[in-house]
Design a binder for this molecule. Structure first.
Ligand code: TYD
Length: 204
C-alpha cells in the first residue's frame, strides 16, 4: 500500500502522517514513513537547496530539483520498501509538484506531468489524503512554528493558486484523492476521518 499526504502550507500533513504510521503499526503492519523533498541522502542536500530562503532558483531549475529528489527517492527508498511488503506513507509526492510548480509557479502542465512520470517511474499512490486549509489559516499555523522557508515566504496569491490547483486535482481524481477539510477541526477529528477513509478503501 502506498499512501501520500498532500496539502498547502500548515495543513497538518506531517502530524497526520506520523499518527497514521503509529495507527497502522498498532494493527501489525510494517510501515515506512518518508517525505519529499529529502527522503534520501542526496535528497537532503537537494531539499536544503530548494528551501533555504537565500536560494535564487529559476522555476525550471526548481522543478528539475524536485524531480531529481523524487527519482532518488522512488528507486532507493519507496520501491524497495514496497517490494519488502511494507506500507509506505509519504509526506508530499507527485501532486505537490503539480500544485506548486504548475498552480503556484505557472509552469506548463504537460512539462510537469512528463517530469513526474519520469521521476516517479510510473509509481502512483493507492490513496492520497489532501488536507485542505485556507492559505490564511495555513500560513498562520506555519508561522507559529517559525523560520519560514522559501515557499512559505511566497505571496498569499501564490498559496491561493496552490490550494485551488490541489482542489482541481482532487475533483479530477476522485477515486484516489480523499479531501479532508482541516480548517476548524481538531487533530483528533481529522485523524478519525483519515482512518474512516482508509477502512472504507482497504477494509479493516
Ligand atoms: P514540506 O517539507 O512538506 O514543508 P511543509 O511541511 O512546510 O509544507 O515541503 C517543502 C516545500 O516544498 C513545501 O513548501 C512544498 C514544496 N514542494 C514543491 O513546491 N514541489 C514539490 O514537488 C514538493 C515535493 C514540495
Amino acid at each position: 500500500m502506498f499512501i501520500t499526504f498532500e496539502g498547502p502550507e500548515g495543513c497538518g500533513k506531517s502530524t497526520h502522517a506520523k499518527r497514521l504510521k503509529a495507527h497502522l503499526e498498532g494493527k501489525g503492519e510494517r510501515v515506512l514513513l518518508t517525505c519529499e523533498p529529502g527522503g534520501t541522502q542526496a535528497g537532503k542536500e537537494i531539499r536544503e537547496l530548494l528551501l533555504k530562503p537565500e536560494s535564487v532558483l529559476d522555476e525550471t531549475t526548481e522543478v528539475y530539483l524536485f524531480a531529481a529528489d523524487r527519482s532518488e527517492h522512488v528507486s532507493k527508498v519507496i520501491r524497495p520498501a514496497l517490494a519488502e511488503g511494507k506500507t509506505v506513507v509519504c509526506d508530499r509526492f507527485l501532486d505537490s509538484t503539480l500544485a506548486y510548480q504548475v498552480g503556484g509557479r505557472g509552469l506548463p502542465e504537460d512539462l510537469v506531468r512528463y517530469l513526474n512520470m519520469i521521476s516517479s517511474k510510473g509509481l502512483i499512490p493507492d490513496l492520497t489524503f489532501l488536507l485542505d486549509v485556507t492559505p490564511e489559516t495555513g500560513l498562520r499555523r506555519a508561522a507559529e512554528k517559525g523560520g519560514a522557508d522559501r515557499f512559505e515566504r511566497e505571496a498569499l496569491e501564490f498559496h491561493r493558486r496552490v490550494r485551488e490547483y490541489y482542489r482541481r486535482l482532487a475533483r479530477d481524481n476522485q477515486a484516489r484523492i480523499a479531501v479532508i477539510d482541516t480548517e476548524d477541526k481538531t487533530i483528533e477529528a481529522v485523524q478519525d476521518l483519515i482512518r474512516e477513509k482508509l477502512s472504507e478503501k482497504f477494509g479493516d
